[in-house]
Ligand binder design. Structure first.
Ligand code: MGD
Ligand code: MGD
Ligand code: MO
Length: 752
C-alpha cells in the first residue's frame, strides 16, 4: 500500500493492540491505587445498561444489546475515580491554604478525593471553610440579586444530566441572561455551526445500525482508542465483515492501528488483535481541507460523482466542481503533507464504496478553519450521496457524556436555538433575547472585568481555556465564583471576592428525593436518550444532587412565580422530564415512558431523512477560504503545536502520568517532535526546552520545562499535553465561525 508507512521503530510507540491485557492492567492499577469502595465491580457490571448508570466518560452510543461488560478502560477509570474511598473534607482545607493549593499539580488536587461538604472561601484566612447549604444558598442568592444578570455567566461542563441542564438554563433565563456557554464551546461547537449551515442539523446523522452496513469509514482526527474506546467494538465488527478503514491523523494512534477485544477470550488467549486501518495517512496538522480536496479532485477525474443525488438535493455544487478541478496537486500536497498517490488511492476506495461514513473529532474542530474542514468532509460525503442513506453519514464523536444533550435542552448562548416563546408561555416571563457569551468571550470578559459573576456546573473552566496563564490573575477580580463539583481542581482555587465550592453526587450514586430514588437522563453522540440510575451510597451525607443545588440557588435568587415550582420538580424528576417534553414535544414525546428503552430512544434528525433545514432548503456545498485549516502558514523556525490528551486523563482530570497507547510513560511535561526536525533544530533527546508562542500581538506566552522526545510526527509540528500547554494557545486563535479555540494549531518556537 503506498500510503502505509510503517511505524518508525526508533521513536517510542506501543507495540501491542489497543484493548487487550494492557487495558485490563491499566484499570487494575488504578483500582488498587485509587482505594475504591467495595461493590464497585457490581456497579461497573451495570454501567451503560438499562437499570444501571450511564458512564460519565465519553458520549459514545450505548447499544440495545450490551456486552457482558459494556464499559471500556477509560469508562472504568472514570467510575473508579468517582467511587474512590478518599475524601477531601473540611480538615483538608484547614491544613492547606488556597494559595498553597495553587502550587499543587492537577493530578494531586483531584487525588485528594471526593468533596464532602459545602465550602465557603474565607478571604481573611485564605482557607475554604465548612458552611451549610442554607447559608450557601442564601448568600449566593443575595449576591446574584445584587448583580446585573448580564455580567454573570453560567458555565456547564457536559456531564450534568438533561434534567439538571434544563433547570440550569431555565434559571439563567428567569434570572435574565443567555450567558450559557458549555464545554461544547471548546469542543464540537465547530460541528454545531458547520453542520447546521451545510446539512441543516447541528449534530451527526449516524445511528449504530449504520456501522453494521457501511463499507468504508474515513477517520479524521479522532483518537478512538483513548477517547471513545467502546466505539472500537463496532469498528472491529465492521472490519471483520470487510469494511475498509482509512485514517487521517498526524500521529499513528494505536486504537486505529490494531485492537484486541478484552472481552473476547480467543483474542486475549492468542494475543492476536484485529488490524483496523487499511490506510493510515499521517497528514500535517490542519491539512485535512487539502487532503479531502485531493480526494475530491481525483473523484472528478474519475467522474465518480452521484449527480442524481446532487441534482435533487444539493446547492452550489457547480462552484465546488470548478474550484476543485482548478486546484493544483502541488498545492494540495504542500498543504496536506501527503503525496498525490496516497490521496488517489483513497479516492479509488471511495469511488468503489457504496456506503461511506465520515468520522471526526478534535483534529478537525479545533482549528482556525475548523468549520471549513467539517464543510470539506460534508462536500466529500455529498459527492457520493453519503448522507441520509442507511450505512452512510457524518459522525462527529462528542466528548463529555451529555454535552450534546445539554445543548438540546437549552444550555446555549444562542437564543435563536431555544424555543423562548414556549418558555415564556410555560413560565409566564419575558426571556432575554440578546445573544450570550461564548467561552472565548467569557475569558475576554474576565480579563476586561466585564464578567463579575461565574457559576460553574462542573468542569474546570479556568484550566481548560486557551491563554489560561494570561487569564489567571483576573479571576480574583470576580465578585462571585460558585463551583458545583465532585473533586477539587484549579478553577476552585482562583477565588474572587466571594467563592463557594458546592459538592454534588456523581452519576453512579443514589439520588434520593421526597418521592424516592430518582433517575436522570443523557443524550449520546448518536442522539439517543438514555435513563440512568445511581445505586451507590453517596460519598458523604452532605452531598446534594445537581438539580437540587440549582434549585436551591434559584429559589434564593428569583422572585416567587407560581409556574416555577422548584420544590415539586426536585421531589420528582419525572416532572422535569414532563417540562422537557412540553418544551420540545417533537423530540421528547412520551419522555418518561421511553426513559429506559434498551439502546435509548432516538431524538430524530431531519438531515438523516434528507430534509435539509438550511437556508436554501438543500444540502450545501461550501468552499474553504484556504487549503490549510491553520489560518496562517508557520514561518521560519515556527512549529504547529498540537495539544494532546493522554490515555490516562479525562480532560483536565489527570488519572496518572502514562500514555500507554503512545508508548510514553511517566512524564507529561514533554514535547514531541520528529527526529529529523529535532536534529535540524540542533536539539537532542532529553534536552529541556521552553516553548514560546510565535504569535506577535504584544502578549508574552511561554511555558518552560518541556523535555524533548523524538516521536513519529510529520515535519513542522510538535505535540504537547493539554492543559499544560494551554498558555501557548492565544485566546483569539479560534475557529472563525464558532469561536472554538484552535487548540490543534498554535504556532510556537522552541527555545533551548
Ligand atoms: N480517555 C479520555 N476520553 C475522553 C476525553 C479524555 O480526555 N480522555 N475527553 C473527552 C472529550 S471532552 C472529547 S471532546 C473527546 C476528544 O476526543 P478526540 O476528538 O479524539 O480529541 P483529541 O484527543 O484532542 O484529538 C484527536 C486526534 O486529533 C489528531 N489531530 C491533531 N491535529 C489534527 C489535524 O489537524 N488533523 C487531523 N486529521 N488530526 C489531527 C490528534 O493526533 C489526535 O489523535 O474525548 C472524550 N473522551
Ligand atoms: N489545549 C487544549 N485545551 C482543551 C482541549 C484540547 O483538546 N486542547 N479540549 C477542550 C475540550 S474538548 C473540552 S470538552 C474542555 C473540557 O473542559 P471542562 O469540561 O470544563 O473540564 P473537565 O476537565 O472535563 O472538568 C473536570 C472537573 O469536573 C468536575 N466534575 C466531574 N464530574 C462531575 C459531575 O458529575 N458533576 C459536577 N458538577 N462536576 C463534576 C470535577 O470537579 C473535575 O475536576 O477542555 C477544552 N480544552
Ligand atoms: Mo470535549
Amino acid at each position: 500500500m503506498t500510503g502505509e508507512r510503517d511505524q518508525d521503530p526508533t521513536t517510542p510507540f506501543y507495540a501491542h493492540p489497543t484493548g487487550g491485557w494492557g487495558s485490563l492492567k491499566s484499570v487494575l492499577a488504578q483500582a488498587t491505587k485509587g482505594r475504591i469502595q467495595l461493590g464497585v465491580l457490581e456497579t461497573l457490571r451495570r454501567q451503560n445498561k438499562p437499570g444501571g448508570h450511564m458512564c460519565t466518560s465519553c458520549a459514545w452510543a450505548k447499544p440495545p444489546s450490551p456486552h457482558l461488560a459494556e464499559f471500556c478502560e477509560n469508562g472504568a477509570k472514570a467510575t473508579l475515580w468517582d467511587l474512590t474511598r478518599d475524601r477531601c473534607k473540611p480538615d483538608f482545607f484547614a491544613r492547606h491554604s488556597v494559595t498553597e493549593l495553587r502550587n499543587w499539580p492537577d493530578h494531586d488536587l483531584e487525588a485528594a478525593g471526593r468533596l464532602t461538604h459545602p465550602l465557603r472561601y474565607d478571604a481573611a484566612s485564605d482557607h475554604y471553610v465548612e458552611t451549610t447549604w442554607p447559608e450557601a444558598f442564601a448568600a449566593i442568592g443575595a449576591s446574584l440579586k445584587a448583580m446585573d444578570p448580564k455580567t454573570t455567566v453560567f458555565y456547564a461542563s457536559g456531564r450534568a444530566s438533561l434534567e439538571a441542564s434544563y433547570l440550569y438554563a431555565l434559571f439563567a433565563r428567569l434570572y435574565g441572561h443567555n450567558n450559557l456557554p458549555d464545554s461544547s464551546n471548546m469542543c464540537h461547537e465547530t460541528t454545531s455551526v458547520a453542520l447546521k449551515r451545510t446539512i441543516g442539523a447541528p449534530v451527526g446523522t449516524c445511528v449504530l445500525d449504520d456501522f453494521e452496513t457501511c463499507d468504508l469509514m474515513l477517520f479524521f482526527g479522532q483518537n478512538t482508542g483513548s477517547n471513545s474506546p467502546r466505539f472500537l467494538h463496532p469498528i472491529q465488527q465492521a472490519v471483520k465483515r470487510g469494511c475498509r478503514i482509512v485514517t487521517f491523523n498526524p500521529i499513528r494512534e494505536r486504537g486505529l492501528v490494531e485492537f484486541m477485544n478484552p472481552q473476547s477470550p480467543s483474542e486475549m488467549l492468542t494475543g492476536r488483535g484485529t488490524p483496523i486501518s487499511d490506510i493510515y495517512l499521517q497528514l500535517r496538522p490542519g491539512g485535512d481541507i487539502a487532503a479531502i480536496a485531493g480526494i475530491c479532485k481525483h473523484l472528478f477525474d474519475l467522474d465518480a460523482v452521484d449527480r442524481d443525488f446532487i441534482a435533487l438535493h444539493c446547492h452550489d455544487f457547480d462552484a465546488f466542481e470548478t474550484w476543485t478541478r482548478a486546484l493544483s496537486w502541488e498545492d494540495i500536497e504542500a498543504a496536506s503533507g501527503l503525496p498525490r498517490a496516497d490521496l488517489v488511492e483513497v479516492a479509488d476506495l471511495y469511488a468503489r464504496s457504496e456506503r461511506c461514513i465520515g468520522v471526526y473529532g478534535m483534529g478537525l474542530t479545533q482549528h482556525v478553519h475548523g468549520g471549513d474542514s467539517v464543510g470539506m468532509l460534508v462536500n466529500l460525503l455529498l459527492m457520493g450521496g453519503n448522507i441520509g442513506r442507511p450505512g452512510t453519514g457524518i459522525c462527529p464523536v462528542r466528548g463529555h457524556s451529555n454535552v450534546q444533550g445539554q445543548r438540546t435542552v437549552g444550555i446555549s448562548e444562542k437564543p435563536e436555538l431555544v424555543p423562548l416563546d414556549t418558555l415564556a408561555q410555560m413560565f409566564d416571563f419575558d426571556p432575554p433575547r440578546d445573544t450570550g457569551m461564548t467561552t472565548v468571550e467569557v475569558v475576554q470578559g474576565v480579563i476586561d472585568g466585564t464578567v463579575k459573576g461565574f457559576v460553574s456546573l462542573g468542569g474546570n473552566f479556568a484550566r481548560a481555556i486557551p491563554d489560561l496563564a494570561r487569564a489567571e490573575p483576573f479571576w480574583a477580580g470576580l465578585d462571585l465564583n460558585v463551583q458545583v463539583a465532585t473533586k477539587l481542581n484549579r478553577s476552585h482555587l482562583l477565588v474572587g471576592k466571594g467563592a463557594w465550592l458546592l459538592p454534588c453526587l456523581v452519576r453512579a450514586e443514589r439520588d434520593m428525593q421526597k418521592t424516592g430514588p430518582q433517575a436522570v437522563s443523557m443524550e449520546d453522540s448518536l442522539s439517543h436518550i438514555h435513563g440512568s440510575v445511581g445505586r451507590r451510597p453517596p460519598a458523604s451525607r452532605h452531598l446534594l444532587s445537581e438539580p437540587a443545588i440549582i434549585a436551591g440557588i434559584a429559589k434564593a435568587t428569583l422572585p416567587p412565580n407560581r409556574h416555577v415550582r422548584w420544590n415539586d420538580w426536585i421531589a420528582d424528576y419525572g416532572r422535569i422530564r414532563d417540562l422537557i417534553e412540553e418544551t420540545y414535544p417533537d423530540q421528547f414525546d412520551h419522555f418518561n415512558d421511553r426513559l429506559f428503552k434498551a439502546g435509548g430512544f432516538y431524538r430524530g434528525n431531519a438531515a438523516r431523512r434528507r430534509d435539509w433545514q438550511t437556508e436554501s432548503g438543500r444540502a450545501e456545498f461550501t468552499l474553504p477560504p484556504s487549503l490549510s485549516a491553520l489560518g496562517a502558514e508557520p514561518g521560519e523556525g515556527v512549529y504547529t503545536l498540537v495539544t494532546l490528551r493522554s490515555n490516562d486523563q479525562f480532560n483536565t482530570t489527570i488519572y496518572d502520568y502514562h500514555d500507554r497507547l503512545r508508548g510514553l510513560e511517566g512524564d507529561r511535561m514533554i514535547v514531541l517532535i520528529s527526529r529529523a526536525d529535532m536534529v535540524g533544530a540542533g536539539l537532542s533527546e532529553g534536552q529541556r526546552v521552553t516553548l514560546v508562542s510565535a504569535v506577535e500581538d504584544g502578549i508574552p506566552r511561554r511555558v518552560e520545562g518541556f523535555t524533548v522526545v523524538p516521536y513519529d510526527l510529520p515535519s513542522g509540528c510538535v505535540g504537547a499535553y493539554y492543559p499544560e500547554a494551554n498558555p501557548l494557545v492565544p485566546l483569539d486563535h479560534h475557529d472563525l465561525a464558532s469561536k472554538t479555540p484552535a487548540y490543534k494549531g498554535a504556532p510556537v518556537r522552541i527555545k533551548a
